[in-house]
Design a protein. Structure first.
Length: 665
């Protein structure tokens, strides 16, 4: 509890030493580039010119979340596409720009998918995650790989770094989760101190669930029945090995990651069809090395190298080919290398040059598959100027993508240049209030499926371009006797997506064609607040609120849906998160609301999707038993048993339960 209370106090950067301040301690002060203001729920980087939302440490533990996908639902401006159940695909869409416009980074290294542009966040467990950060635009530092600058939004996942108290050289954490739908989820985390500067972390997790849950199926002016979701089972194994080394003027790390799963794909509930038999297998492996060092007071270097291999197999017994049931296999390889050089010209002025190179290949057992290879060269020239009240960043991004194919089609190449400008300003003497603004141009390449998928692909597709404008503010109230802390963050934004890639039917409904047709305007408002109260008897109440208003309109010239809200974008959405802490006990309650939406481009009654909301509650005891640290929790999710769809005709679970037990040795 004492550690939790201490996190409530904001931390402020010291001023730069000046001629007017030459006291004996002034030579020992260090200027912090970012001020992170922490409450028990949310953190705000006050000086960040880019809007950022952070969940870390105990904040994550207070959410009834099994995976990263469950946790990011609480960020404002986010739509999580969830196809139902524990094993269903879960992708993130930020500010209605589309899933392919959000880059996911795992310990500083991007997790990509050149095949379909989707990153399934359900694959990433929270068991070993320390921090989740969501940036609109890009991470607010110029010392990062070039890939970090190129996406419209970035999601950063950071694993826990080992910490050893006293003379202790090993930490072990064993945990088990069990609950509804046959959920059984044991995990083990082992940390070993190899020397004063080197440590090792190994973690493994096994997840199994039958995915059978009740849902309600209704038809207007017709029947109303309750059925059980079928073919939603999953079995998955995740293993990680991390090696950390502290250098004299930097750090190095090596990570190996492996994920292996088999799952059923339950399918859409349409035309009285309840049972599906499609299966999917995934095997993902990557190894990633990182080296960061300060060679002098002015020069820093960051180098990354990564190799990944992804295998997926999809079987559809209902779709017959000349060789029998459809059985598609994909093999995707990536080699990636990055070098970042940063030089400090003056105490207030830094520049950096980041260069990335990657090779992506895709093999498949599909008819007339072209076997593409993509060579990507990315560069980012950046500068940052930091004064006491003003922070300015500017980036010039350049990309050259060379596409080569082995058969049937001709490859293509793309040259792209994009500028970015952002700033943060403290208008008053108080350090607790900042305003910020940014302008950013970015793009996303068509995926391999967009370009080359049999009967659908179009090798002449152009990249999707996005233009983003944002103006926002962050304000922190100093802690008081009753009100420990209060934080406010607000942003208004405007996005435009040009050359949006859409699928258009041809004369044969089985053969669709990908085309650059779409133009979308997105206007929005995001509000985030957090309050921490100290009540009598050492009871602490934490209350977090977020609200998002979005108007995302199709403005494609001469389009049939001109002026309509784009699919699955609610105008209104919001979350409430709260917790009460007393001694070793904690009770959490969270609420998510998503307003009415449309499942297709046309805003007509047949495409209307009702609003939905869920309430989750948990009670946790965290203390010692027989001198061992033990945590026990009980959760109730979808407390009021609401039947709803995140994606139309993919029903979500009703009321369900989980119990958690973890022991630290």
């Amino acid at each position: 509890m004492l550690l939790w209370v201490s996190s409530l106090n904001p931390i402020y950067a010291q001023d730069h030493p000046s001629k007017e301040n030459k006291g004996p301690d002034s030579l020992k002060t260090h200027a912090l580039k970012e001020v992170i203001l922490t409450t028990s729920k949310r953190e705000f980087k006050l000086e960040s010119p880019m809007p950022v939302q952070i969940l870390s440490g105990k904040q994550l533990e207070k959410l009834n979340s099994l995976s990263v996908a469950d946790a990011v639902r609480y960020f404002s401006g986010v739509q999580l596409k969830d196809y139902g159940g524990i094993g269903g695909l879960k992708t993130i869409n930020v500010r209605s720009l589309g899933s392919a416009h959000t880059a996911v980074f795992y310990d500083g290294m991007s997790v990509g998918n050149a095949q379909n542009g989707q990153v399934d966040l359900g694959k990433y467990s929270l068991d070993n995650i320390e921090t989740i950060e969501l940036y609109n635009g890009q991470k607010s530092t110029i010392f990062q790989p070039a890939r970090g600058f190129f996406s419209s939004n970035t999601l950063f996942l950071k694993t826990k770094i080992p910490e050893f108290s006293g003379s202790k050289k090993a930490n072990i954490k064993a945990a088990i989760k069990a609950g509804s739908f046959g959920l059984f989820n044991p995990s083990v985390l082992y940390q070993q101190k190899l020397s004063s500067s080197i440590s090792l972390t190994a973690s493994t997790e096994w997840l199994t669930a039958d995915g059978k849950y009740k849902y309600r199926y209704q038809k207007k002016d017709g029947y109303d029945t309750t059925a059980v979701r079928q073919n939603g089972d999953i079995t998955a194994l995740r293993s990680e090995l991390n090696l950390y080394a502290k250098l004299k003027s930097g750090e190095a790390s090596l990570k190996a990651y492996y994920y292996d799963s088999e799952r059923g794909l339950p399918g859409a509930i349409l035309a009285n069809r309840y049972n599906y038999y499609q299966r999917q297998w995934d095997r993902n492996f990557f190894v990633h090395g990182s080296f960061q060092n300060s060679f002098s007071k002015k020069y820093e270097l960051l180098a990354n190298v990564k190799f990944s291999r992804d295998y997926s197999r999809y079987i559809d017994p209902d779709y017959k080919t000349t060789e029998g049931a459809l059985d598609n296999k994909y093999y995707q390889n990536e080699f990636y290398a990055s070098v970042v050089n940063q030089y400090t010209i003056k105490e207030w002025w830094k520049i950096s040059l980041a260069t990335d190179f990657s090779i992506n290949t895709l093999d498949a057992n599909l008819y007339r598959f072209p076997y593409p290879t993509r060579y990507s060269y990315l560069g980012a020239l950046s500068t940052e100027m930091h004064w006491k009240r003003l922070d300015i960043q500017a980036n010039l991004l350049g990309a050259y993508v060379d596409e080569q194919v082995k058969y049937y089609q001709q490859g293509d190449s793309q040259h792209v240049f994009c500028p970015v400008l952002s700033s943060s300003f403290q208008p008053f003497d108080t350090k607790n209030f900042r305003i910020r603004a940014f302008y950013k141009e970015s793009f996303r390449m068509p995926t391999f499926n967009d370009l080359y998928y049999t009967f659908i692909g179009n090798s002449s597709l152009r990249p999707e371009f996005t233009t983003q404008y944002d103006f926002g503010t962050t304000y922190i109230i100093e802690p008081k006797k009753f009100l420990q802390s209060a934080s406010f963050q607000a942003d208004v934004y405007y996005n435009r997506v040009k050359d949006k890639i859409v699928a258009m039917p041809s004369s044969n409904l089985f053969r669709w064609t990908m085309m650059n047709l779409g133009l979308v305007d997105i206007k929005g408002l995001e509000l985030n607040t957090n309050f921490v109260f100290k009540l009598p008897e050492q009871i602490f109440l934490d209350l977090g609120l977020s609200y998002t208003y979005q108007k995302a309109i199709d403005v494609t010239p001469k389009g049939t849906t001109y002026g309509d809200q784009i699919p699955y974008t609610p105008e209104n959405s919001g979350t409430v998160t709260s917790s009460i802490n007393w001694k070793n006990w904690q009770m959490n309650y969270s609420f998510i609301y998503t307003g009415e939406r449309y499942s297709q481009k046309a805003n007509i009654p047949v495409n209307y999707v009702k609003p939905w909301y869920t309430s989750d509650m948990a009670v946790i005891w965290d203390g010692k038993f027989l001198k061992q640290s033990i945590k026990i929790g009980a959760e109730v999710n979808n407390l009021f048993n609401q039947y709803y769809d995140v994606v139309l005709n993919f029903p979500m679970p009703g009321r369900n339960y989980r119990i958690n037990l973890s022991i630290k040795l």
